[in-house]
Structures are given as structure tokens and as C-alpha cells.
Design a protein around this ligand. Structure first.
Ligand code: GRF
Length: 207
């Protein structure tokens, strides 16, 4: 039986597309049961529809508080009963009650070599710091913002004339390879979160 994942997005959904493409391989360990966006106009919802995946908009602006939005999100997810929740450019900070509801089952991709540059504007910050490499990280989501246990990273060189946009594009190419690979491991049941450490095949991940 393939694992059933729900993907949460807010925007273009290029990472979502890479996950959809991977899920459609004959030997994929996972399917995508639904895509949820907090932005109704997000292009990623169209990508889901084109792939015949249920596309759900839950507009955070329609809720009086972060907690109320998250409660709706949790209720919707519970009806979908996913094995895992995959954040792919989901630009909302999740409340502890959301994270507890799906503890150990939420993954995120972040466009930096964590623990460097949690939060926003990662590429600009890497350039300002004069870093010689940049990259992306996939991690389990815990209550620490962009601070959950790391699962995998991919790095790219920073080039002399890079702007935040050129660097972002180079990193994004790696995101599109890394996230589907990690999602396959997750679907195969090879990833676990134990004592706040990610494990792959029973061994602590060391990066
Ligand atoms: C990616 O850079 C991802 O790492 C970050 O948000 C961006 C989403 O891009 N969390 P897309 O919507 O997948 O194209």
C-alpha cells in the first residue's frame, strides 16, 4: 500500500509539481491525496487539479486568529487521514496544536543550509554573508521555526555575480530533486523521528 500524503502550499508550487511527478512513477511509495493552500489564488492548486488531485483552499484571511485557521486545517486534514503532511512553500507558521496533531509526520523544505538562515530572505542573507555555498534542507517540523531535526540537504556553489534570484533558481533545482527523494523514503517508512533526532533506516541522520 502506498502512503497517502497531503501537501500544503501557498504559492507557485514548483516543489509540489516535483512531488506530483514523483508520485506518478510506477514504483512510487506515496500518492498525494490532496493539496491544501491558504492562498486561494495559488498556482499550485491548478497544478493539483491538472493532476486530478483534490485541491482545497482554506483562506487564512477568513479566520479571526492563527489558532482558528489551524483548527480548520487540522479538521480538514483529519478527514483526509494522511500518513504524512508535506509542507512545500507553505508560508504560515503552524501553531503547537497543529504540530501536535500530526507529530512526527510533518516534513518541510527550507531554502538554506539549516541551521543557517531560518525564516525569510535566505538567499539574500547568504549573499550578504559572503558564503561560498548555499542550498536547501528537508527537516521534520517541530515547534521550533525551521529548527526541526534535519533529514537531508543539498548544496550548490554561490557564484560571483549571483543575485538572490539567480541563487534561488540554482537552489530550487536542487529542491526539486531532494524533496521527492526524501518523500520516497518517508513513504517507504524509512524515516522516523526519535528523541528529536531524525533517523533513516534506524540510524541517526548525520549531516
Ligand atoms: C521554496 O524555495 C521552498 O524551499 C520554500 O518556499 C519555496 C516554495 O517554492 N519553503 P514553490 O512554491 O515550491 O515553487
Amino acid at each position: 500500500m502506498r502512503s497517502n500524503f497531503v501537501v500544503l502550499i501557498s504559492g507557485s508550487g514548483s516543489n509540489l509539481q516535483s512531488l506530483i511527478d514523483a508520485s506518478q512513477q510506477d514504483d512510487s511509495s506515496f500518492t498525494i491525496g490532496a493539496v491544501i493552500s491558504n492562498v486561494p489564488a495559488a498556482y499550485g492548486l491548478k497544478r493539483a487539479q491538472s493532476a486530478n488531485i483534490e485541491a482545497i483552499a482554506i483562506d487564512h484571511k477568513a479566520f479571526p486568529s492563527r489558532e482558528a485557521f489551524d483548527q480548520q486545517l487540522v479538521e480538514t486534514l483529519k478527514t483526509l487521514n494522511p500518513d504524512g503532511v508535506i509542507l512545500a512553500g507553505f508560508m504560515r507558521i503552524l501553531t503547537p496544536s497543529f504540530i501536535q496533531a500530526f507529530e512526527d509526520r510533518i516534513l518541510n523544505i527550507h531554502p538554506s543550509l539549516l541551521p543557517k538562515y531560518p525564516g525569510l530572505h535566505t538567499h539574500k542573507r547568504a549573499l550578504q554573508a559572503g558564503d561560498s555555498e548555499a542550498g536547501c534542507s528537508v527537516h521534520f517540523v517541530t515547534e521550533a521555526l525551521d529548527g526541526g531535526p534535519l533529514i537531508a540537504q543539498a548544496s550548490v556553489p554561490v557564484e560571483r555575480n549571483d543575485t538572490p534570484d539567480t541563487l534561488a533558481a540554482r537552489v530550487l533545482t536542487e529542491e526539486h530533486k531532494l524533496y521527492p527523494a526524501v518523500a520516497q523514503w518517508f513513504g517507504e517508512g524509512r524515516l522516523r523521528l526519535r528523541d528529536n533526532v531524525a533517523e533513516l533506516d534506524g540510524q541517526p541522520v548525520q549531516l
